[in-house]
Ligand binder design. Sequence first.
Ligand SMILES: [Zn+2]
Length: 268
Amino acid sequence: MAELRKNTENGIVYYTSPQLEAFRDLAHGFFTRRGGVSQGVYGSLNFRFNSNDAPDNVRENHRRAAALLGADGDRIVRTNQKHTDNIAVIRQAEEYAPPAEGVDGLITDVRGLCLTAYYADCQVVMLFDKRKKVAAIVHAGWRGVANKIVRKTVQKMTAEFGCSAADIYAAVGPSICRRCFECDSDVPETLQKAYQNAMSEYIYQDKNKWHVDLKSITYTTLINCGISPINIDISSICPRCTTSGELWWSHRRHGENRGVQAAMIMIK
Ligand SMILES: [Zn+2]
């Protein structure tokens, strides 16, 4: 497990996984707030269409991020994420439309498609099978963790494309830390139920609140899927409490009046 690396290009500040960077046929980035055209609370690289930001600005921000990866703005595949365990397999870009009930995971082997997920505390997990050349992106907040969407994505990569966990590399972007993820008992109860009470070591109580270490759960999940620990990079950054808070929107820190970050992965 290693830390993600900070990059600045064309004014855009973004993070990359050293492990994924090593593949010349792959492009990816976990974008920050910096490098876009939006103003005010959406300043500046806002990817949130469902907001008071001008749609043209949000489109331009998407285009800039995709261009950095070497993609056209019309080759972006978006999730309409709703904390589900729905995972869409994209075999032809032209046929893709997110289902109404939401999709939180995308898998493809199509070159030049920019798989995109959004985050502002939630985890975004990228997966890449170096032999089959299959890429995936997953949005996983605590509900996604309870829904086991990361495990299900690895299983779907295997079932649909013949991927092997031994060939899969993973990167987990900046997401909320265990100190900042303060919740009521419903969250640990839901997780314990989903994981047959195997979550105790990731949950603790402080005063009358509960805390869950989602990053560690995801790390363990990836290893339990058969992915090698040395093929996993995880950002230690927490958008809520990081000292470089000007780079990040955090749902917990900013509430609803904010933009959202994007992460993109593309097979070249
Ligand atoms: Zn934090």
